[in-house]
Design a protein. Structure first.
Length: 141
């Protein structure tokens, strides 16, 4: 399925423009194949109306940006941002292929002793660094 980002190049809101640019820039940086569709273009009027009607039925805000996988509505900026924070962008976008496990998922996996060990080592290094800075001494790990 093709990821489609619906945006408006004529938005008067700086916040909306930033959200739209954040989505487009991040997808580009991650080499995600996507299609940008400007809802403010006159030739996209029919598409805009259809999208707005569908989004209204879902009781979601109609203000762009909107992200779709094919014809399936995935969400707006809030859902996109949450997917990034949870390290689940590939799943959110419904991209094909193996999904890398997020750090959160790995940490929840009871059988993952290696992850627990890495977390403990990281925590120890953070504590040692903090104590070293407090006492202005050098502690080796």
């Amino acid at each position: 399925m093709v990821v489609r980002v619906f945006y408006s190049s004529l938005s008067g809101s700086v916040a909306i423009k930033k959200q739209q640019n954040d989505i487009i820039d991040l997808l580009s940086a991650k080499n995600v194949q996507f299609e940008k569709i400007d809802l403010s273009e006159p030739n996209n009027e029919e598409t805009k109306n259809a999208i707005y009607e569908g989004i209204k039925k879902l009781e979601r805000p109609i203000v762009p940006p909107h992200i779709f996988s094919g014809d399936e509505y995935l969400g707006g900026y809030g859902e996109f941002k949450e997917a990034i924070e949870m390290e689940e962008l590939e799943s959110f976008l419904k991209l094909p292929g193996d999904k890398p496990k997020s750090f959160v998922c790995l940490a929840k996996d009871e059988s993952s002793d290696e992850v627990v060990c890495m977390l403990c080592m990281f925590a120890c290094k953070v504590i040692v660094a903090h104590l070293s800075s407090l006492h202005e001494i050098s502690i080796t790990t």
